[in-house]
Design a protein around this ligand. Sequence first.
Ligand code: G3P
Length: 218
Amino acid sequence: MKIFLDTANIEEIQEAAASGLVDGVTTNPTLISRVEGKFEDIIREICEVVDGPVSAEVVSLDSAGMVAEATELAKIHDNVVVKIPMTKEGSKAIRELAGMGIRTNCTLVFSANQAFIAAKAGASFVSPFIGRLDDAGQVGMDLVREILTIYDNYCFDTEVIVASVRHPLHVVESLIAGAHIATIPHAIFEKMFRHSLTDKGIDAFLMDWEKVKERQGG
Ligand code: G3P
């Protein structure tokens, strides 16, 4: 499964990318609002750090406006994937952009029908928002499993990005479901490396190693 970082913070992206484990980045208008700088410059800088798909979202609500914005965003860097919201207008834009060779990530997906339409329209990626479904009292990962089954049944090559990831267990569930990608906030990426028993084990080994050194005369 590929790991994308769900942030627009360049320090977080640089730090995580140094691990060699980051395959792409997703942003949205909320994440962009949390960092300084011009939208286009932020996206360009991210593309220069991570050699993989970098999602940048349009804000128009009509398909013509979305296509116009997407065309400009795609010029920023080859890594740019244009995030388009799942609406009827969005599906029209996705279809048109696919014809132009511009990759899209259909976002704000909350149902299997929406994911089906996104794939049929030609989206390169689809982003079901798992945490927000959990918040609404629905099991978000059930939607991921449904989408993967549907895409498998009909050989869609749209990749499923598990989005709105809120805790490390969402990542484990994504892996077990066979999702193509999980997009992960930096804080959760950090947590994936950690276990208190690992820290305790290292401390104990180092303490015992001191005894070995003493026995060997320093
Ligand atoms: O990738 C979409 C993600 O940023 C949404 O996450 O936590 O705002 O639901 P959240």
